[in-house]
Design a protein around this ligand. Structure first.
Ligand code: ZN
Length: 378
């Protein structure tokens, strides 16, 4: 099954759907909403996708709101906006899809896929055939790897989260690309990520990246398999549309379109629903940073987490960022959790109950890692 995108005349907008599963068990097809804006001049194709995690709805609203009737007249190239990549998650306000309760953002084709499948039409997946979510992701991958020149994937992190853009390291080796090609792509990616106007945070180093299957995320697959600039954008908290970060998401998309040469002046062409064009959000700390999840509750006992920092706070190595308190409140058995890096808090983990080894927060910590990496060192 090959996905068919709407194909409007130059200078027009089409709001339509694309069929991604021919027939669900209940008899109907599964479709995704798809808006295509075809500009009056030639230029690149930018894909903007949202809510592959079905409860991350600020990104969904961004995808709805980046399109307005007058855009096509000012656009060079094509804008493809898919506000929901996960209908089976959106219907129940849930991160996963309910086909097999998979995280859809870990099911896109990965390094092994590229090595084993020279022809993307092949279905070499090992002794068990791929299940529904992986098939759906593959259809999407085949479509955007053919169609898109760049991709923005809109997410949210957790309650009160500071917004940020996640920049992955570009992988080389294993038949993907050589190191010099990886460095070229990383330079394009740097300019693309910076253009959005939110703090840029590197994804985990290669070993942890592969361990967490992030090469199989939407943007990881677009970047590292399809070889196009692609980032994940984190816009605050789950479950509700956050107006401030919706506006930053729309403005960031227009700043990226200006960077790609698709519009001349982002602020002048932006939709009315944006209000005044917001200024970029500066990072709380200068210099290269990467994502870091921790510190972790003790492996000896769980408890109730009392955070001592909030999103956006700057921390130094050794700072206590949380305490894990036993349910009876005994202060003598409370455990202090210190961070062992300098950095800033991107978000606290939701839910105050910490089981053994549970991480309590996520940070952007100082990083001197390379912008490219190879899985061949594993
Ligand atoms: Zn997400």
């Amino acid at each position: 099954m090959t996905l068919t995108l709407p194909d409007p005349e130059p200078g027009t907008v089409v709001r339509d759907t694309i069929e991604v599963i021919g027939q669900l068990p209940t008899g109907e097809p599964e479709t995704l909403p798809c808006i295509v804006v075809n500009g009056v001049e030639d230029g690149p194709t930018l894909w903007v996708t949202g809510s592959i995690h079905g409860n991350e709805v600020t990104g969904l609203a961004v995808c709805q709101d980046i399109v307005h009737d007058g855009l096509a007249d000012h656009l060079a190239g094509r804008l493809v906006s898919i506000s929901n990549l996960n209908p089976a998650g959106l219907r129940r306000n849930w991160r996963q899809s309910y086909y097999n309760n998979d995280d859809p953002n870990r099911k896109f084709p990965d390094v092994e896929y590229v090595t084993q499948n020279a022809d993307p039409g092949d279905t070499v997946e090992g002794p068990r055939p791929p299940r529904q979510q992986k098939i759906l992701c593959r259809r999407l991958f085949d479509c955007f790897s053919e169609d898109a020149d760049a991709l923005l994937d809109m997410h949210t992190a957790s309650a009160g989260a500071h917004p940020f853009v996640i920049r992955d390291r570009v992988l080389y080796g294993r038949g993907l690309r050589d190191e010099s090609e990886a460095r070229e792509l990383a330079a394009d990616l740097e300019a693309f990520a910076e253009a959005f106007g939110l703090p840029v945070v590197f994804e985990y180093a290669v070993e942890e990246y592969l361990d967490q299957s992030l090469q199989c995320s939407t943007s990881g697959s677009a970047l590292n398999q399809a070889g196009i600039p692609a980032v994940t954008v984190e816009l605050g908290q789950h479950h509700v549309v956050e107006e401030e970060w919706r506006r930053q998401g729309v403005a960031g998309t227009y700043r990226v379109m200006e960077h790609l040469g698709m519009v001349d002046d982002a602020a002048a062409v932006a939709p009315d629903n944006l209000g005044e064009f917001p200024a970029p959000v500066g990072p709380p700390l200068s210099g290269q940073v990467r994502r870091y999840v921790g510190p972790h509750a003790p492996s000896t006992n769980g408890g109730i987490v009392r955070h001592e920092v909030a999103a956006g706070d700057v921390v130094e190595a050794g700072d206590v960022v949380a305490r894990v308190v036993p349910l009876d409140g005994n202060p003598e058995q409370a455990v202090e959790l210190a961070i062992d890096h300098d950095g800033w808090v991107t978000h606290r983990y939701p839910g105050a109950t910490a089981y053994e080894n549970a991480p309590v927060a996520s940070f952007a910590v100082e990083d001197d890692g390379d912008v490219v990496g190879t899985p061949e060192d594993d």
